[in-house]
Design a protein around this ligand. Structure first.
Ligand SMILES: NC(=O)c1ccc[n+]([C@@H]2O[C@H](COP(=O)([O-])OP(=O)(O)OC[C@H]3O[C@@H](n4cnc5c(N)ncnc54)[C@H](OP(=O)(O)O)[C@@H]3O)[C@@H](O)[C@H]2O)c1
Length: 325
């Protein structure tokens, strides 16, 4: 069981960490940085919403590769969270209580959002009301937890950094993953022609998301995809292969690392880390409810969080996995 943070057992700490007659909750905790077994499915203090925040009864949190960095400590410089902490950046659930000054939501509202410092892999989580959007009505609430991190990343890659336009030929490199699921559908919705890389295990799903052409990256050279106007590079590692496919004046947007471009290259490149944007999240939700973007996720019990991390590190997780408390 996690130790309550310093001060929790004394004086005002009681007010901070215990609500009504329910003091604690089940949660997937990291008590010290480490491998998948550093995740303990245990008990944590139930959080209390501060000013501008709401308390959410969690329906689901989805696994993201960055959870591995958070758990292992590799992302410590970028996301300064010290153990003990609860993992989980994506949240879907129902507003339970509303903190002072939090506007836009009332108890009972179904919401989704992205928690930059985690905390969603639990029965309850707090979030800034300003970071949330109403959940889609057409998707089971737990599965809607697949949307925020992956959906916002795909949105910002395509519309902000990629400046996608109808008629462009877009390569989604790494379309089989969570970000790819949204990127393929959003690019198609924008009127682009989509060529996607996917291995056989993901080919059918990627085709169903609307990819016009699929290159099996385990068998065929990437050159079969080109030339393209825009590349979304969603896989870790060298981007020089996809860079060669971009037409002069085109762009390559990487979400996995900076891209080295030869001097004088006629190709524009960008690398970015996605940010919270509740308005974009609401637009994504509207597309989901309009049937333009499909959300697919395997839902598993939160108690399997460590197992999901183990499977992900072994490359055995495909698409989005939602953990439900
Ligand atoms: N910058 C940001 O803000 C940001 C945000 C979110 C994610 N990310 C990063 O972006 C990456 C993708 O995230 P994700 O959530 O989509 O991951 P994910 O769901 O784990 O998907 C990864 C997918 O990559 C595919 N893949 C692996 N090697 C490949 C290759 N050589 N060529 C083509 N596809 C390959 C696999 O597809 P198959 O099933 O087809 O084999 C796999 O399903 C991760 O590294 C993540 O950390 C960055």
């Amino acid at each position: 069981m996690v130790k309550p943070p310093a001060g929790a057992e004394t004086g005002g700490g009681q007010q901070i960490y215990f609500v009504k007659d329910v003091a604690v909750m089940r949660a997937a905790l990291v008590n010290e940085f480490g491998g998948p077994s550093a995740i303990e499915y245990g008990t944590a203090p139930r959080p209390v919403p501060g000013p501008g925040e709401v308390l959410i009864r969690v329906a689901g949190t989805s696994f993201n590769p960055s959870d591995i960095g958070l758990r292992s400590g590799l992302l410590r410089e970028v996301l300064p969270v010290e153990p003990p902490f609860v993992i989980g950046a994506d949240v879907s659930g129902t507003v339970e209580t509303v903190g002072e000054g939090a506007t836009g939501f009332v108890p009972g509202d179904r919401v989704i959002g992205r928690l930059d410092r985690g905390g969603a892999a639990a029965e309850y989580a707090v979030a800034a009301a300003a970071d949330l959007a109403a959940a889609p009505v057409s998707v089971p609430l737990a599965e809607a937890a697949a949307i925020p991190v992956a959906g916002l990343t795909a949105w910002q890659a395509l519309f902000e950094h990629g400046r996608v336009e109808a008629g462009m030929r877009v390569l989604v490199n790494g379309a089989g993953g969570g970000v790819g699921m949204f990127a393929v559908q959003l690019a198609r919705h924008a009127g682009a022609r989509v060529v996607a890389t996917a291995s056989p295990r993901s080919a059918r799903a990627v085709r169903n998301y609307g990819a016009d052409e699929i290159v099996d990256y385990t068998r065929a050279p990437l050159s079969e995809a080109g030339p393209v106007d825009l590349v979304l590079h969603l896989v870790p590692g060298d981007a020089s292969g996809p860079l060669e496919l971009v037409r002069p004046g085109g762009r390559l947007v990487s979400i996995t690392g900076p891209v080295a471009v030869p001097p004088g290259s006629p190709v524009e490149t960008a690398h970015f880390v996605a940010r919270n944007d509740a308005a974009q999240l609401a637009e994504l939700v509207a597309l989901v409810d309009a049937g333009a973007v499909r959300v697919e996720a395997a839902v598993r019990p939160l108690a399997e969080a460590a197992a999901v991390h183990r499977e992900a590190e072994a490359g055995r997780v495909r698409g989005k996995v939602v953990l439900a408390p």
